[in-house]
Design a protein. Structure first.
Lengths: 109, 116
C-alpha cells in the first residue's frame, strides 16, 4: 500500500479556496487516489477519487500531476460547514482503507 | 436508501464483561469492514469480510476480539473480557465489490464503547 503524507492541520477563512496537498511517492500503476471527509461525530465519507489529471464533482476538485506522486484536493469557497478532517488514501483494489491522521481543516468566519 | 447502521450507538460496560457490536450493511453490499477509531486519529482497520468469509483479521488486537458474518449480511464484532484500553469508537463500513476496481466504502455512525 502506498504511504501518504499530508499536513496535520490547516486554517482558512470563509469564502476562500483551500488546497490540501498529499504526497504518495510509492503509488503503484493501478492505484487510485481517494479522499474522504470526516465531520465531528460522524463516520468518514467519500468525496472524490481520481487516477490522473483532474477530476471535479459537486464537492471538490482533485488535481493529479503526470508523475502521480502527489495530489491536491481543492475546496472552492469554503464555508464553516466544511470544517472537518480530510483523509488522503491510496487504496489497492478492494482492500481495507489505511487512514493516517488526515488534515484537520478549520474554517473561520 | 438506508445506509449502514450500527447498534448500539453507545455501550458502557464494566471491565471483564463481554460486548457484542452489530453492523447492518447497505443491502447487497458484498464487503464489510470493521475499524476502530481513537480520538484524534483516523480509523484503524480491524477485520473484513467478503460475503460470509473473513478475508483478513490481521488488525484484530488480540484473541479477545472476534467477528462473524454468518449469512453474508449482518456482522457482529465481539470483545470478550473487556479492558479499559478497548474504549473507542468502533466503525463499520460496507462496499459493493467490483473485481479490479476501488470501491467506495460507506461508513456507519459507529458504536462508542466505554469500558469502566
Amino acid at each position: 500500500l502506498a504511504k501518504t503524507t499530508q499536513p496535520i492541520s490547516m486554517d482558512s477563512y470563509e469564502g476562500q479556496e483551500v488546497n490540501i496537498t498529499c504526497s504518495h511517492n510509492n503509488i503503484a500503476t493501478n492505484d487510485y487516489i481517494t479522499w474522504y471527509q470526516q465531520f465531528p461525530s460522524q463516520g468518514p465519507r467519500f468525496i472524490i477519487q481520481g487516477y490522473k489529471t483532474k477530476v471535479t464533482n459537486e464537492v471538490a476538485s482533485l488535481f493529479i500531476p503526470a508523475d502521480r506522486k502527489s495530489s491536491t484536493l481543492s475546496l472552492p469557497r469554503v464555508s464553516l460547514s466544511d470544517t472537518a478532517v480530510y483523509y488522503c488514501l491510496v487504496p489497492s483494489g478492494n482492500t481495507p482503507l489505511v487512514f493516517g491522521k488526515g488534515t484537520r481543516l478549520s474554517v473561520i468566519a | 436508501g438506508a445506509g449502514v447502521s450500527q447498534s448500539p450507538r453507545y455501550k458502557v460496560t464494566k471491565r471483564g464483561q463481554d460486548v457484542a457490536l452489530r453492523c447492518d450493511p447497505i443491502s447487497g453490499h458484498v464487503s464489510l469492514y470493521w475499524y476502530r477509531q481513537a480520538l484524534g486519529q483516523g480509523p484503524e482497520f480491524l477485520t473484513y469480510f467478503n460475503y460470509e468469509a473473513q478475508q483478513d483479521k490481521s488488525g484484530l488486537p488480540n484473541d479477545r476480539f472476534s467477528a462473524e458474518r454468518p449469512e453474508g449480511s449482518i456482522s457482529t464484532l465481539t470483545i470478550q473480557r473487556t479492558e479499559q484500553r478497548d474504549s473507542a469508537m468502533y466503525r463499520c463500513a460496507s462496499s459493493s465489490w467490483t473485481s479490479g476496481s476501488t470501491d467506495t466504502q460507506y461508513f456507519g455512525p459507529g458504536t462508542r464503547l466505554t469500558v469502566l
